[in-house]
Design a protein around this ligand. Structure first.
Ligand SMILES: [Fe+2]
Length: 159
């Protein structure tokens, strides 16, 4: 049994956090819809609304990840399958990357708002937000898959 700093998931808590965060997923879906449209109709819009939306999503994302890390993951389990531990570590590390991605997008939009960069950048910001959403979705899918695997390991069904 290897006890060197391992990470694993707490599937029950992680699932509960995801269920409690339906409002966050709804906000994300709305932002995706609006920014998808802004990518084409940005000339009719004010960048203020785009910045507000990105800031709201970014702040809720920070809360979502903070709760997942506090209750959905834990370090140094008595034992966990090494493959689960490696995948859990990777997924937890992705939180910082995903938050950073969205934070940079928000900063880029803020620069447009304060006319530090051209409004011509808006379609690119919207396209990158869509890319961020795909990265986040992919992360959520892999996290859900790992939750199931960790659950099976917990009840001794896994091989
Ligand atoms: Fe996560």
């Amino acid at each position: 049994m290897n006890r060197t700093s391992r990470v694993t998931l707490n599937p029950a808590f992680l699932q509960e956090i995801k269920e409690d965060h339906r409002n966050f997923y709804r906000l994300l879906a709305a932002a995706r819809h609006h920014l998808g449209r802004w990518g084409s109709y940005w000339r009719d819009r004010t960048p203020r609304a785009m910045v507000d939306l990105l800031e709201r999503v970014r702040d809720r994302l920070a809360m979502h990840f903070a709760l997942e890390e506090a209750y959905g993951y834990f370090e140094d389990p008595v034992w966990t399958e090494p493959q689960i531990s490696i995948a859990a570590q990777r997924l937890r590390d992705e939180h910082r990357l995903l938050y950073g991605e969205l934070h940079l997008l928000t900063e880029r939009a803020t620069k447009v708002l304060y006319r530090e960069t051209s409004a011509l950048r808006i379609p690119g910001i919207c396209a990158d937000f869509e890319r961020f959403c795909q990265h986040f979705e992919d992360h959520e899918l892999r996290e859900s898959d790992l939750m199931v695997r960790a659950l099976y390991e917990d009840v001794g069904v896994g091989d």
